[in-house]
Design a protein around this ligand. Sequence first.
Ligand SMILES: Nc1nc2c(c(=O)[nH]1)N[C@H]1C(S)=C(S)[C@@H](COP(=O)(O)O)O[C@H]1N2
Ligand SMILES: [Mo]
Length: 405
Amino acid sequence: MTQSRRSALAGGAAIAVLAALPRGARGATVTLPFGNGERPLVPAGTFPQKGEMILQRTRPPLLETPFAVFGNNLYTPNDLAFVRWHLGDMPTSVDPATYRLRIGGAVRRPYELTLEDLVRGFPHRRLAAVNQCAGNSRGLIEPRVAGAQWGNGAMFNAIWTGVPLRALLARAGVSPKATHVAFRSLESGGIFPPDIQFEKALPLRRANDGVTMVAFRMNGAYLPLLNGYPLRLVVPGWFSTYWMKMLTEIEVLEHPSTDFWMAKAYRIPDRPDGGMRPDETGVKMVPIGPMRPRSFFTGIANGARVPTSGALTLRGFGFGGNAALRAIDISEDAGASWRPATLGPDHGPYGFREWHAVARFPKAGDYRLMVRARNVAGQMQPMRAVWNPGGYLYNQVEHVDVVAG
Ligand SMILES: Nc1nc2c(c(=O)[nH]1)N[C@H]1C(S)=C(S)[C@@H](COP(=O)(O)O)O[C@H]1N2
Ligand SMILES: [Mo]
């Protein structure tokens, strides 16, 4: 690796971080919209390369993006992108000079890449995509379920630059019997007990679709360490549990993964809506995968006063999930009637898209505003979120109550 390339890829991330994690947070708080929703708002710099974030947990870090950030930025600034790690001892530094990505398993030619090999040796692809935790908005699910009580900020939108996984797999020569591809990270690098690893696997057709990529840039910069520096998997349209950070190993399998994180965790009912009744038992569960449409208001809060004369422009953003957005509709009468909002520029099927709509409130009184997204696969946000034990898939229609007059 040349000196200039090494320093470019280092991106300032090969630093010993998390050495001084906050012991307990003091000062500002934010209240997420559910019971026990108060959380510390930690100042910029509390976590390396991170701005002011909502602290859900310190070790391993669970940092939520304050929702107002989405109203101010179509692409979430890297320092405000949410953070989620599973294992207590996540790597606190990465040396780009010795970092290797291994590709093996059921392939004809297993091989290993340096960061420079990866960046120089394969075609690049650039696309906008939402990285959303399967448990985003879990705190809003009724009845409540265990797990991180996220508000709506366990997601962010970024432009990802990387190498299509298909190109990496093609060089290895995938076995005709292959069915899945497993991913591991630095966390399984030997300093941890082998029974504690974070591993995920995709069906081969998803891994090989030309869209799934190994990303080395996020919004044009190297990834923040906490978001997976130097490489992470990006699976546009699928929940971020598959977006393996600090990706070091790609293993082609001829069977589904039996790893805990696939076989036991991140599973949903094997039903079209992914939901069940809280008292049901014996429901067949399958690994979670594709995201669903969501849409939000920005710049207007519950209880806001709106004028009865003239017009007010409502704004927000949405995304289609695993299929492009078809439309965003709004309602000023609690969902009794709907009309289309105007969509902003199309930045591709997987990222945020802005919307606006001009609203009038002719009579003084209370109005419940709602926003609802539909995608080209025919999925529409439900008025009530599905329930499942993991608290996954929340995409209930959002509302804001305003007072006219
Ligand atoms: N190596 C590694 N990758 C990981 C995880 C992890 O714990 N370790 N968590 C996954 C989950 S469940 C989520 S929600 C996303 C969070 O990505 P972010 O921290 O960049 O927001 O990372 C995914 N990739
Ligand atoms: Mo997640």
